[in-house]
Design a protein around this ligand. Structure first.
Ligand code: FES
Length: 105
C-alpha cells in the first residue's frame, strides 16, 4: 500500500490530486469515506483537472472532467453525463487508519 496523505489532509467534501511513482491519482472524501481513482478521464485518457486539487463540480457532489465536462459519481466513478457516459474512472482500493490514507499500489 502507498500512503497518500494524513487523514486530516483530506477534509470532508474535498478532493486532492496525487502523483505516486509517476501515476496520477485523485482522492475525494464524501460522508467520511475516502474514494480514490486513477486521474484519467475515460473519454480522452487525460487528467481530469485544470487547477490543482479541483476535481469536483460546483455542487461538490460529482467528480467533473475539466476538459469536456464529464460527470462521475464520487462513490463508484461511474460517468453519468458527458461524452464518456456509461464508462467509469478506474478505482483504487483505499483504506484509512490513524497514520494516513493508503491506496493499493
Ligand atoms: S477528456 Fe474528459 S470529458 Fe473529454
Amino acid at each position: 500500500m502507498k500512503r497518500l496523505c494524513a487523514p486530516q489532509e483530506l477534509a470532508e467534501g474535498q478532493s486532492r490530486g496525487f502523483e505516486i511513482e509517476g501515476r496520477k491519482l485523485l482522492a475525494v472524501r464524501k460522508d467520511g469515506q475516502v474514494y480514490a481513482y486513477h486521474n484519467r478521464c475515460p473519454h480522452r485518457g487525460i487528467p481530469l483537472e485544470w487547477l490543482p486539487d479541483q476535481f469536483l463540480d460546483a455542487s461538490a457532489s460529482l467528480i467533473q472532467c475539466a476538459t469536456h465536462g464529464a460527470l462521475f459519481l464520487i462513490d463508484s466513478g461511474e460517468c453519468v453525463a458527458g461524452p464518456c457516459a456509461g464508462q467509469a474512472l478506474e478505482a483504487l482500493s483505499c483504506v484509512e487508519d490513524a497514520e494516513g490514507i493508503w491506496v493499493q499500489s
